[in-house]
Design a protein around this ligand. Structure first.
Ligand SMILES: Nc1ncnc2c1ncn2[C@@H]1O[C@H](COP(=O)(O)OP(=O)(O)O)[C@@H](O)[C@H]1O
Ligand SMILES: [Mg+2]
Length: 403
């Protein structure tokens, strides 16, 4: 199924997976998978169906200069907020690194007290330390609707506040996540996650500023400057910032920084408490305890190296990368690939993350494909050193679960 088919289906009035599958004449599960991919790619959008239990699909339309205040709004703004509450069962439990979760909960509990703290929070740290998960977990735990705002360099005001979409052959205004969050906060607590807030320059986010100060409101310009006000005590926000050299980031404007209020640095769990990260790894990856301990030791060495002044490593290793390494190694082990752990370290850990230098032939002495002074070679040497000392035992079947 391609995009043109979906567009034709939408023009003909199809909105749900079933309707689209029927129109294009393809198998429902195939259509459902393809639709999800198109949502991930941003060419389609998906919303809880205002008239049913499932989802409906819409096609975002290009910005127009026309006045859009006469457009009907999707579902007449009669939102079922319960459908925005993330499911606790589907999330890993967030494990506090340095008490940040407990701090945030304490501030939240006092937010409606006279002179209580404003419920806006910011989490800063390297990628993969659970910052986004903390926000999702908090919403799930408290039963609060979550409005996820993924900030990107190309982000436009429409991505925050809303835009016209084509749904079932008609043009309809679809509120953006910030507008939904504000509307929700008038009725109940709403958690808005501004994820990776430092990936867009300030000018792309200026519409957010009145939402985050005492006004708690935004102005939707294309809808005749419609003002949407929220309830400050119930408009809970978590902004995350990844730090590191992976992609371009922007400093926060001082006014913006102030608006995000209380801020916590979130370090790698393993550097604060190696045992706690070993436990997380045991839950998420098909490894035994000795192997998990070795992996966390390797990760901690790399994190310290990446942190050290003048170090050759550009970045440390987050927990999700260790999980991918372990799953890959076990797959190689199953298929009797030679040196499964080293092989997986190269394909899952080193090659995707570290510069290899320009090498066309393997080093005669070491057999390495990496330039001698490259970060990749430094990691390879460290992993080799650990593996020589304790090559992981083949994983017993019982440990493997569904992996
Ligand atoms: N403190 C933690 N507690 C539980 N899981 C964690 C923790 N830190 C990282 N993880 C694991 O790493 C994954 C990625 O975390 P994520 O929230 O995407 O990181 P970030 O937003 O900081 O880049 C989580 O889904 C979880 O599996
Ligand atoms: Mg994140």
């Amino acid at each position: 199924m391609n995009y043109e088919q979906v567009e034709a289906a939408a023009r003909a009035g199809a909105t749900t997976t079933d309707e689209i599958a029927e129109y294009v004449g393809l198998d429902r599960s195939h259509v459902s998978r393809e639709l999800k991919k198109m949502v991930d790619d941003g060419v389609l959008d998906r919303h809880p169906d205002p008239d049913g239990n499932g989802y409906i699909y819409s096609i975002p339309l290009d910005d127009t200069d026309e006045d859009l205040d006469d457009l009907p709004v999707l579902g007449d703004r009669d939102y079922d907020w319960e459908r925005y509450v993330p499911s606790l069962a589907e999330l890993p439990e967030y494990v506090s690194v340095r008490g940040e979760l407990e701090d945030i909960e304490a501030a939240l509990d006092q937010r409606t007290a006279p002179d209580g703290p404003i419920p806006h929070f910011r989490l800063v740290g390297p990628p993969g330390t659970g910052k986004s998960l903390l926000a999702q977990y908090l919403a799930a735990k408290r039963g609060w609707p979550l409005f996820d705002v993924q900030i990107t360099a190309q982000m436009r005001e429409a991505d925050l506040l809303g835009s016209p979409h084509m749904i079932g052959g008609e043009t309809v205004w679809v509120d953006g996540p910030v507008v939904r969050g504000l509307l929700c906060s008038r009725e109940r607590d709403a958690l808005v996650l501004f994820d990776e807030v430092n990936r867009a320059p300030f000018r792309n986010k200026s519409a957010l500023q009145p939402a985050l100060d005492s006004r708690t409101s935004v102005t939707i310009k294309p809808r005749g400057n419609e003002e949407i006000r929220g309830q400050t005590d119930h408009f809970v926000t978590v902004a995350t910032m990844n730090e590191g050299a992976q992609y371009k980031v922007y400093d926060l404007d001082p006014a913006e920084r102030r608006r995000h209020h209380n801020t916590w640095p979130i370090p790698y769990t393993g550097l604060v408490d190696a045992g706690r990260e070993v436990d997380l790894l045991l839950e998420q990856a098909p490894v035994d305890e000795a192997t998990a301990e070795m992996m966390v030791s390797i990760a901690n060495d790399l994190r310290r190296k990446a942190d050290a002044d003048g170090g050759t490593l550009q970045q440390g290793v987050p927990l999700p990368a260790l999980v991918r390494w372990a799953k890959t190694a076990v797959a190689y082990e199953d298929a009797n690939r030679p040196n499964p752990w080293m092989r997986a370290a190269r394909t899952a850990l080193i090659n995707p993350r570290y510069d290899r230098g320009d090498v066309l032939t393997p080093n005669e002495e070491t057999g390495s494909m990496y330039a001698e002074n490259s970060p990749a070679r430094a990691v390879e040497r460290l992993v080799t050193h650990y593996l020589d000392e304790n090559e992981p035992e083949p994983i017993v079947d019982a440990l493997r679960g569904g992996a």
